[in-house]
Design a protein around this ligand. Structure first.
Ligand SMILES: *Cc1c(COP(=O)(O)O)cnc(C)c1O
Length: 486
């Protein structure tokens, strides 16, 4: 595809600026005026439209392709939630507006949405109270570790480390370390759960807490979670629920009821916000009663007369973790999603996500070794070790791109060699899943009969196989006009 500069033709344009009405000298101080006009592409309107439409089609997205990227929950997000977030009444509010202005309507309305969203998240997680400020799951984790530290400081506890299983997302140890704790990593046992004996050896009076993803990144629900939680509470440690996989258990299990003290949810994974490309996100954090005093300020409160206010009077709060109230429009999407689905709808969503993952697990078992023996939750993990000589999971991922499917997550979790982690999500049809299975089987077959065809993939994408290390280390982000032909 051509670059927009390469389409440029001197004197062509798509807009006309009425020159007599604009005097650059009046608008810009003379010393700041350009001496030379900038080198902008000169193109017609239709060229611009076609150019950017073509560019947008080079992307893989849930709107265009099956996107089974495990751990990320790349699910379809209903348009109704987009419509809610686009309402002018919600787009145009500004957090610096004094409360109660404009008859109190607009800001009262937005505060009410935030207040109700907090209540709904509390209801579905079984935790006492939520903060909506954190801007990502990882940010929620850090917020949570800061609250854990504040709790232990307050109690005079001497705590030095946080325990994390080796299947955890990399953000867990990073957050624990940023929060001032050493990280103790526990290997997984044969079934993919945190090794319970090694865990008990590591647990002691200095354990600040345990960060657990449930179901784990292997898509397995740890059957001994109650035992882990009781052991941690016995040393006044705190149980942290990494809610990135909440899509598997919505409406079925509440982390708070299991005994978790604190959790984050990724609204951009389970609750209707398109994500990818690094943002924007939202990672609200919920806490049990004993951690309430440490929540970030400001808190959204409701008076007896039904007026929503901002409450700053929390002397033990860890303070602000983000400006204002978090990513407001993402919270609106989540609120709309929760109201739209309701209790039954949420449960049905998780049920179908789990059903779809188990369907793939059983269908693909023949072609690829599965990591878990029994059933999985919302995602399933295989190994690419069985692919033909010299063919790796990376080759499989590239070959899928040629077949019009976004690659699953590969080489994660780290404790599975040649990992292939597939999360189909709830909205995919049986037909789509069957097509995917056929592709996966075809690729397994080709890895034996025609491995070179896989090594060459992808051949249908705009950019072929890259040297990924070189691409990351020697980034080339600047367009340089090719030298004129001699
Ligand atoms: C995505 C994810 C995170 C981090 O969330 P971000 O919103 O990407 O910062 C943490 N834990 C798990 C298991 C995840 O999948």
């Amino acid at each position: 595809m051509k670059l927009i500069y390469e389409l440029s033709s001197k004197g062509r344009g798509g807009v006309r600026i009425p020159e007599d009405k604009i005097s650059p000298e009046e608008m810009v101080p003379t010393e700041l005026l350009r001496a030379e006009p900038p080198e902008l592409p000169e193109v017609s309107e239709s060229e611009v439209v076609r150019h950017y439409t073509k560019l947008s089609r080079l992307n893989y997205s849930v709107d265009t392709h099956f996107y089974p990227l495990g751990s990320c929950t790349m699910k379809y997000n209903p348009r109704a939630c987009e419509a809610a977030a686009s309402m002018p009444e919600l787009c145009e509010v500004h957090p610096l507006w004094p409360q109660l202005r404009h008859g109190g309507l607009l800001t009262q309305g937005s505060l009410q949405i935030l207040y109700n969203t907090e209540r709904l998240l509390s209801e579905i997680t079984g935790l006492a109270e939520f903060t909506l400020q954190p801007m990502a799951g990882s940010h929620g984790e850090l917020t949570a570790v800061m609250m854990m530290a504040a709790y232990h400081r307050d109690r005079g506890n001497k705590k030095t480390h946080i325990i994390i299983p080796d299947s955890a997302h990399g953000t867990n140890p990073a957050s624990a370390a940023l929060g001032g704790y050493d990280v103790v990593t526990i290997p997984s046992d044969a079934s993919g759960d945190m090794d319970i004996d090694l865990f008990k050896e590591a647990l002691n009076e200095e354990t600040a807490g345990v960060m657990l993803t449930l179901p784990s990144t292997l898509g397995v629900f740890n059957p001994r979670v109650k035992e882990i939680i009781d052991a941690v509470h016995a040393v006044d440690g705190l149980m942290y629920y990494d809610g990135a996989n909440f899509n598997a258990i919505m409406g079925r299990i509440k982390p708070g009821n299991l005994g978790f003290d604190i959790c984050h949810l990724n609204l951009h994974k389970s609750f209707s916000t398109p994500h990818g490309g690094g943002g924007p996100g939202s990672g609200p954090v919920g806490v049990c009663e004993k951690l309430q005093p440490y929540l970030p300020i400001s808190r959204i409160a409701k008076t007896k007369d039904g007026v929503y206010t901002l409450d700053y009077d929390h002397p033990k709060s860890i303070g602000y973790v983000a400006p204002f109230y978090g990513n407001f429009s993402i919270l609106v999407r989540a609120y709309a999603y929760l109201l739209m689905l309701g209790r039954e709808g949420l449960r049905g969503t998780s049920d179908r996500a789990v059903l779809n993952a188990n369907y793939l697990l059983e269908k693909l078992r023949g072609a690829y070794p599965a990591v878990s023996e029994g059933r999985c939750m919302h995602e399933c993990v295989f190994s690419g070790k069985s692919l033909g000589e010299g063919i790796h999971t990376l080759d499989l991922a590239k070959a899928l791109l040629d077949r019009g499917v976004h690659a699953p997550t590969v080489y994660f979790p780290l404790n599975v060699p040649e990992a292939i982690m597939i999360e189909p999500t709830e909205t995919e049809t049986k037909e789509t899943l069957d097509e995917f299975v056929a592709m996966m089987e075809e690729i397994a077959e080709l890895s034996q009969t025609d491995p070179d065809s896989l090594k060459a993939a992808p051949i249908t994408t705009s950019v072929g196989r890259l040297d990924e290390v070189a691409a990351a280390k020697n980034m080339d982000l600047v367009y340089v006009q090719p030298a004129a032909a001699e």
